[in-house]
Design a protein around this ligand. Sequence first.
Ligand code: HEC
Length: 168
Amino acid sequence: MTGMGWRGAALAALMGLGAVVTAGGALARDDDPMPKNANAATKAAYARHEHFEELGKTFKALNEEMKKDAPDKAAVAADTKIIASLGAALPTWFPKGSGVEARPKSLAKPDVWSDAAGFGAAAAKLKDETAKLNQAALSGDLAAVKAQLRPTGGACKGCHDKYRQEKS
Ligand code: HEC
């Protein structure tokens, strides 16, 4: 092995490490770090934020993919699978006490808990629409996926309008 080759390998290893550190750093949220000794409700509030960012990012990626002339069916199906699984899990992200009292930057309105029935219905709607979205992708029917984007986005908006505060 030449000196150059060795350095090249070491550099590649370092760059790999850098990527891991960067990804970890993005998750650590330098602007709003989770306090040390966080209790279960606080941990839930921070985890929820991560889940919503993933949901938002994936739904956006799906919408972008679907705008292409020939969307990549595998990429579409990968996105809808994530969206459906997050959509089904959403009700578990809101344990009592995980609102602004747990994370001051939380945008969850107190109504999430005081109007649990209405919130549950909005969450059920999302589960339903995201399951249909995933089903359409699984069947390889891109026209059906396209037609299901709007009802899915509507389920997001329907809940946000009532249960999420505007960012100040
Ligand atoms: C049943 C209610 C509900 C549904 C359905 C819902 N959300 Fe949300 N979403 C919320 C609440 C409440 C928050 C605020 C959570 C917090 O800050 O603690 C939120 C926060 C978010 C955030 C983070 C905003 C930020 O800057 O902190 C994104 C992104 C997001 N939602 C995207 C989506 C997308 C995309 C969908 C649909 C695919 C969706 N949500 C469906 C209730 C919902």
